[in-house]
Design a protein around this ligand. Sequence first.
Ligand code: 3NM
Ligand code: MG
Length: 513
Amino acid sequence: MAPPPVDYSLYLVTDSTPAILGDKDLVAVVKAAVEGGATIVQYRDKKSDTAQLVHNARELHKVTKPANVPLLINDRVDVALRAGVEGVHVGQDDMDLKGARELLGPDAIIGVSTNTEEEALRAARDGADYIGIGTVNATQTKDNIKSIIDTRGVQRILTTLVENKLGHVKTVCIGGMNAANSQRILYQSATPEKQLDGVAIVSAIMASTDARAASENLRSLIATPPPFAPNSKPQALTRDALVAAVPALIARTAAKKPLCHNMTNLVVQNFAANVALAVGASPIMSNNGLEAPDLAALGGSLVINMGTTTPEIRANHLKALAAYNAVGGPVVLDPVGAGATQQRREGVAALMAGGYFDLIKGNEGEIRTVSGAAGVKQHGVDSGAAQLSDAQRIEVVKTLARRERNVVLMTGSTDVVSDGKRTFLVRNGHEFLGEITGSGCTLGTTIASVLAVETEDKLLAALAGILLYEIAAEKAAETASGPGTFIPAFIDALYHLREASKRGDGAWAEGAK
Ligand code: 3NM
Ligand code: MG
């Protein structure tokens, strides 16, 4: 008879070092974690001698076995055999999988640590029951970390397994996983074909003062999608359906007057606040991350604009990002000048590792930098000349949106916007937008205002914001004599289109190109 299926969802890896276990009792902590919902346990102890390892394994087994929770031993096949536990976990430098299988037999659970697609493929082909994928986030718990792979590295490994018909092999991720990031990492690493089966955790349980409560909390988080995930699958969207839906959505935005929280640069504070008002939102320009939880509770959206960046500002951005993610409040990233300096490249990396952005908007250089293209040179924050063809721009945008599981907008004379499945090109706008400061930043504000109201179909929200913004620019340019008079005319035009939408006059949206 085949052994019962293993539940990998909350995988506890123990640690007996004082830095993590403190003066707590190992067996008591594991017992509490199992009571709280840990579904599988790995005894990992790099210091104790063999007799102590066997003794501890037996004591742990007395706790796990009655709960039907499998117990695995890290690295030491001999200890697993002697203690009679359910299996082992081996690293790349430990006994090879085939050797472990020969000794332990076909029913033992054997897992392998993997950091790359090659390692994952080899382990899966050699018959691993599961692979541990890491290191996902920076962590103090392990000293010989190979490389931090983020959700994108996990996603690449899942994709490779499916492409090689090894999608049945179970997977957990490891490294810095905790209650604040597990939902996001499970969500963002998933592909349409395969998602992680669980999360492997050391310190978030072993170092906690209440392992039972920590495990209960983690278990319930892992079982539910993150607050920012849409509840339904996106609908097909034709141009006609879009044009019909946009004015109603703008009217809904104005009726709700959502809070639009902008953490933005020194240059555009005032202009962005006026644009938010003109589209019917309620702006707050706060760069203080400490008040973000209170603001996030008000049900609005957040724009994180990197236009002015310092390490202190970045810390505030990360606090606010976490606060909005925790309640599912939409967050727009505007990676201004992302490729221009080392500080900005690091800033983008830290923000992307620190939370979920419902939408990322930027010009070609910025979006290419976010997507990881090497050697993108930006001269300051301006877009510069387009280097990619439309087909290439579409590919970059779609790929990034699929990777991040969000909406990506690449601005330009043709805007490309995609959620990875549905992609639109928008050719509205006016050259005066390129002659004033803050036009890119305030497009972010406009989209965020609509996203605060339409959290289900985020691509539709983005398109509504883009069309409102760019058709208003066309109307303003009809009366403006140059960039100076364009600015007030543009605020007026946004206001008039919003008011027309409230009256049910959606004719303006037929100007969509
Ligand atoms: N293996 P924490 S990272 C044991 O990348 C282990 O293979 C890793 O500890 C790998 O949950 C790691 O405290 C430590 O970050 C994970
Ligand atoms: Mg090892």
